[in-house]
Ligand binder design. Structure first.
Ligand SMILES: Cc1cc2nc3c(=O)[nH]c(=O)nc-3n(C[C@H](O)[C@H](O)[C@H](O)COP(=O)(O)O)c2cc1C
Length: 190
């Protein structure tokens, strides 16, 4: 299977990064190709709402999204790992998602969904927030759901952890790493 993973935190070895790494450990190397995009370190411009994608389903901006578009098109599984920032996904995650407006146009205006392969397409959302306020998860989940459906991932699972703030604090969580690992295994099971 082709697995595409997005890491939306600016912190390397921060909580989302650790959770995602644990999820990927649950995916055996043989038989699966994993592509990891650390969005903070990519050149992804924000959507300009220029309408350029409306007739073609293709974004007119050429930057690192070119690689992301190709990866999403060929993905069987898509993982998005993001911290909650101001009760939402991070700007890094959101910039990539907004650029998927090109897929939105392709799917809803041009009536061409990304075809699912023989194993279908599924997603996984990993969220971590420093506060214990559910609203951050609800808002992040709503945006992620719109993202997944736009890129023709019809179903996804969400794992969220609140009250996890300091860099690496997720390592102290009693169940998070095991849950992330199990979610990775489940994601690639038929
Ligand atoms: C700019 C910014 C905004 C934040 N806003 C929220 C928030 O609204 N809700 C929340 O639960 N945590 C918030 N946090 C805390 C992060 O979600 C928390 O530290 C998280 O563990 C960071 O994950 P990371 O280590 O993967 O970067 C915020 C942190 C930053 C830097």
């Amino acid at each position: 299977m082709n697995v595409v993973a997005f890491q939306g935190s600016p912190r390397i070895e921060g909580n989302a990064d650790i959770l995602l790494a644990e999820t990927l450990k649950g995916i055996p190397e043989s038989g699966h190709e994993v592509r990891l995009f650390r969005l903070n370190f990519m050149n992804i411009k924000t959507c300009q709402d220029c309408g350029g994608c409306e007739k073609t389903g293709k974004c007119v901006i050429n930057d690192d999204m070119d690689e992301v578009y190709d990866a999403i098109r060929g993905a069987d599984r898509v993982i998005l790992a993001s911290p909650v920032f101001f009760f939402a996904l991070t700007a890094q995650s959101k910039a990539m998602i907004d650029r998927c407006q090109a897929f939105w146009c392709e799917k809803y205006l041009l009536k061409r969904s990304i075809p699912g392969g023989p194993v279908g397409r599924r997603g996984l959302l990993l969220l971590v927030g420093g506060m214990k306020k559910e609203v951050g998860v609800q808002c992040g989940e709503a945006t992620a759901k719109a993202f997944f459906r736009t890129i023709s991932v019809p179903e996804h699972e969400t794992l969220s952890f609140l009250g996890v703030d300091a860099k690496g604090a997720i390592l102290e969580h009693p169940t998070a790493l095991r849950q992330a690992y199990e979610a990775g295994k489940k994601l690639i099971s038929a």
